[in-house]
Design a protein around this ligand. Sequence first.
Ligand code: SF4
Length: 698
Amino acid sequence: MKETAGTTEALERLRDAEMTPGICYVCPWTCPTEVYTRKGEIVYVRGNTRASTKGSRCVKGEASHVLAKDDNRLKHPMRRVGPSRFERITWDEALTQIARKLTGIKATYGPEAVAYLWHVDPNSVFAQLFLTECYGTPNYYGHTSACEQDRRLAALTVLGHVFPVHDYENAKFIMLLGINMLGANQNLFESRGLLAAVAKGARLVVVDPAFTATAEKASEWIPIAPGTDGALLFAMAHVIVQDKLYDEAFCRQWTHGFDEFCRHVVARGYTPEWAAGITDVPADKIRRLAREFATTRPAMLETFKGLGNYANGLDASRVVYILDALTGQVDGPGNLILKDWAPLQPPLTIPEARKTKPGKPPLHVAMGYPLAPDLPTQLLPKAILEGTPYPVKALFFQCTNPVMSEPNTALYRKAVQALELSVAIDTYFSETAAECEFVLPEASFYERAEIRQSLAMPPEAIICVPALAAYHEARPVYDIVRGLAEKMGYGDLFRWNSWEEWGRRIIKDLPTDLDTLKKTGFWSGELTYHKYTRTGFATPTGKIELMSEAFAKHGYNALPEYRDRQVIPDEAYPFQLINSKFEMHCNLTTQNNPILLRIRGENWAELNTSDAARLGIRDGDRIEVASPQAAVTIKAKVRAGIRPGVVCVRHGHGFGHWQGIAKGRGTHINPILGTNVNPISGGIGYNECKVRIRKVSG
Ligand code: SF4
């Protein structure tokens, strides 16, 4: 390597530095890293080049060392003493008071009145074990309903897999629907694979009302009418069925409901001509795309959260997987991979005699969403404020900020305020923490241990070894839960001398040991394809279910159907509001980061040049975006690369609570969104919103 002034400086910083393997946890993709420290300070961090992500880190990860010293982090436990007023308390006081309240709530309402919510879940397995097995509430939930709830339920019911990943690199035709792989928070090994495939000449088709960073790399951009992707997908299925472009041998052996599905798309008249009238994509183009997809090998389709942003996203997501199945490519090179998981075990075992069985079903089932893979969180305020389907009196919020991230924020705030016990566990203060009774500082991924599954294609376990001492009084979740367990009579089950003790239990079935893992940072198994030939698919029929037995069992249509999105623009509100993320920001952790704020200091609303000209709006003007529910003002970005009639707000700014450098930057859009929940999956329809816009100032 040729040494420059920069590399000399970097090498000097690295001299005598100690490397500990880590996991970046700014976002849920958990990229393995190597953290170099000297004298208790981070001197360098890089991606782990030997793990499946091949050393990739995104800009958020690259800037994350700022976390280690950010003075705006939570430093000690606090208790609320009035609106926006908190007092410092000790850990012992906090845990004693939380334990006392948990005991009282259980005695009065039953353990089900307590729920634990997380966005990113480092070590929340300890909270899960304590609350679900010892305390007795079934209500331990993640954030999926605000994310890929529709695609997850589609994957579970069609393929029998919770989280398919994608072998982009080997694909020759890739069609992405509503997913901005290169410009939002997405899996880095997949983004890397996508770029490699494009470099090798793969055809990339991006279906999105907005010309995204991914569309910039595409062979073809299809600016589809918002929320109509399902019609396009059904019409592609129609072409494949009519032209007999399916892999019949595969379908007969490995799918359930093949004949029924083929008859269904024809009987319903899901033709390209029908779809053209809905999607604004010409029929001959739909035909060409269907034939290209079905006759190119390997070829894949993918969505993530995109289709689920509309009320009709669940069945559209099912058809994504059904199309992959019709061409017989599932779990093969260049298609979706039904990932094998590393054989990791729980860190603790709770003896049967010490378990408490919940007396009520989990909230999502009681709410009437038996198939939902995660809690329909938009319905939580109803449970809190009205006691429906049963009262919720206490919530833990770990690394999650629903008062900011859910639609209908005012209602969510009111619900949190009405709780008898509310506990925020986070690295930073948040809108949700501001309403909670207790705020507990969580250790960051530079200060805590963890062993978890990676989201790479092969089975892979990754490890995070604490690189830094605790930040002020911050504690990892495993220590917080241990303290709570001690206060509530379960201390003997949550006792260890060092994290390595439970770490060894987690990896006891891995063909490696903890010392090796602490050196390498990961264990990777073999990537295998077509695993279903040995095991079948994990669905009720053991096959890919084009016709879902689970849907039928619960009284839903077994075959997917096309429905319009729920909210359609009209004369008063003529624009469809859609949303998109920045790759530079992910929730609270990035908001006060000076490097990321320098790159992207505020957000904006994008609108088409023709719409802007008609309304007298110029690039950079402030505009009002008003829905039937509320209005906000935001900076306008005028561009040709968005479909006329659509306003796309880049979100992730406008957090109101900051006192640090993030204070006052950007606009929060969620207050103008109404409640919109998919009736089967419980996923949130963030794009189900009509708006009008007007210029406020130049
Ligand atoms: S994608 Fe970026 S922010 Fe997310 S875990 Fe990886 S490096 Fe960190």
